[in-house]
Design a binder for this molecule. Sequence first.
Ligand code: SF4
Length: 221
Amino acid sequence: MEQSAVDTLLAWQSAARLNYTAEKLRKRGFDVEVCATREIARERLLTFAETAHTIGFGGSLSVACLNLTHTLRDTGKEILNHGFPNLTPEERDDIRRRQLSCDLFLSSVNAMTDEGVIVNVDGVGNRVAAMIYGPRQIVLVVGRNKLVKGDEADALKRIAETAAPVNAYRLGCKTPCAVTGRCASCAGVNEGSICRVTTIIHQRPLYSNVTILLVDEDLGL
Ligand code: SF4
């Protein structure tokens, strides 16, 4: 069998898996769209942005990979991104607070089970707070690499093995994982730990509008 035939089979499995999780998420109260490519996801986000004046970015690499900032700025949107360069700590803090009540909040998740449970580990907590309550519309962009087979424990394992150490390295944190690439379970014993807040979202929070774009490509960490 040619590799291209194998790739076709794997593509079928990937799409089938995303569609399965999409159905589970709908049963949990979320609006869900399956996007075959990141370009389609990008177009959908631009559509969501049309009626928004303030748009919050939670610091997600998945969203950053979609290169939205300049396009949105060119259409007059106010971008609330605490990761922009040359901000003072006070300005960053102010932006994080304003993200909590923005018109449109964009983020990804650290891990999601096949059954549609969303698991995140955060250092500051602004990202997880804003994806639960506050913004008028929340859109989570989730690449297929974020899906885990299993339960919340498996999702946490993914975060400890991949997302958190690489994020710690990216952010220049003084953590063991930022040196070795492996989690050393430093939360609670290391001042520099970025693993301070864990959230598990079982259903759409009651009064929040949350749309999840499942993308059939790897996106972010
Ligand atoms: S608990 Fe500590 S060592 Fe483990 S991933 Fe988080 S910051 Fe890194």
